[in-house]
Design a protein around this ligand. Structure first.
Ligand code: SAH
Length: 343
């Protein structure tokens, strides 16, 4: 019989979250390969040989699976959650790309699973209900400065976020650093969710304001979610419900205006948008940041010093003509940026 290789996700822990197609393929397998606790999770059957290995040997494990499949075995490589999310699928493809050319002709399939962030999101509401991103906080396979840059850019884009591998014994300080970066970049009390052992009997969900989050709240069995600036809490008698609305009614992007940040854009109703560029006056920028809807926004514009001093009327903001204004910032005579209607 010709061999095949399947890379399968076992979901976050509860057997009820293993998909029927993964269960079916495991029942046909001759060999199961993976990290010890995941291989242990697979149901026993007499013709199945288990190949458990430690966590840090993904490429060796992938090559071993490929050799066995080439030799005619029916091999399942298992990951927790989804195999394509910080897990074995990419490791197997890396081994194929750099390995024996015959591996490219193998019968290979990837079977998806329920990834931790989706199980965690479901357990507390719908914090990932609008645009979001997932970031692996381990610096085993990428430098720390890449992680910090991605955190800042994700906050700037106003994504909700999911953080995998927040902390481990070999990286005791990493999550504290990430948390400080997030607190500095967000500068607010949006909800942070610590979801530990999701779907397992000892599941724990802890929702705290970002300002109260501490490094000890996460370990390697925790996936951490952070809301966007729009994420809300619904208080009720039990645990609160957390959700991020599907629509962006006021502004598309909550600006984090600081010197050196080239541009931030807020979109009003009916597609109107305001972009501030350069080094905006901080007070003007924060007024812009808070104005929720165009009528109030217009009032705000009219009351601003720079609009009174402008050669052109502030009414141009929502009128037919473009308004471009620049001003001298009040913080030490730094030249300000410009504000213009961009729709
Ligand atoms: N492929 C997996 C992720 C592997 S990385 C998936 O799709 O879920 C390992 C990280 O996943 C852990 O450090 C933790 O952040 C997260 N994780 C996996 N299972 C989890 C669970 N049941 N509860 C909470 N976090 C989990």
């Amino acid at each position: 019989m010709s061999g095949w290789l399947v890379i399968a996700g076992l979901g976050p822990g509860d057997d009820a979250l293993i998909t029927p197609e993964v269960s079916a393929v495991l029942a046909e397998a001759t060999d199961v390969v993976g990290y010890i606790p995941y291989v242990d999770q697979v149901a026993h059957h007499p013709n199945l040989t288990r190949h458990s290995s430690d966590n840090r040997v993904e490429l060796d494990r992938a090559r071993h699976a490929l050799f066995m499949a080439t030799a005619g075995h029916r091999v399942v490589v298992v990951s927790s959650g989804d195999p394509g999310v910080f897990a074995m699928a990419a490791a197997v493809f890396e081994a194929i790309e750099t390995g024996d050319s015959s591996w490219r002709d193998l019968n290979i399939r990837v079977l998806p699973g329920v990834t931790a962030m989706l199980a965690a999101s479901a357990a507390c509401g719908a914090p990932l209900g609008h645009d979001f991103c997932a970031i692996n906080l381990s610096d085993n396979l990428k430098p720390w400065r890449v992680i910090e840059k991605r955190l800042r850019l994700a906050v700037g884009a106003d994504f909700a976020m999911a953080f995998y591998n927040p902390s481990s014994k070999s990286r005791p300080d990493g999550f504290g650093r990430a948390l400080q970066t997030l607190k500095d970049a967000c500068n607010d009390a949006r909800p942070m969710i610590f979801a530990r052992n999701v779907s397992r009997p000892d599941q724990m969900i802890n929702v705290v304001p970002l300002t109260d989050a501490t490094p000890e709240m996460a370990d390697m069995r925790t996936v951490v979610l952070l809301g966007s600036s729009q994420t809300r809490l619904i208080q009720r008698s039990g645990a609160p419900l957390v959700y991020t609305p599907r629509s962006v009614s006021a502004w598309a992007i909550h600006p984090r205006i600081s010197s050196g940040v080239p541009a931030s854009v807020r979109v009003g109703t009916q597609g109107r948008a305001i972009m501030t560029t350069g080094r905006p006056n901080t007070r003007a920028a924060s007024i812009l940041a808070r104005a929720p809807v165009p009528p109030e926004f217009l009032d705000t514009i009219k009351s601003m010093l720079w609009s009174r001093n402008s050669a052109r009327s502030a009414s141009g903001v929502n009128g037919p003509r473009e308004m471009i204004t620049s001003w001298l910032g009040n913080g030490g005579g730094v030249r300000g940026g410009s504000t213009r209607r961009i729709t």
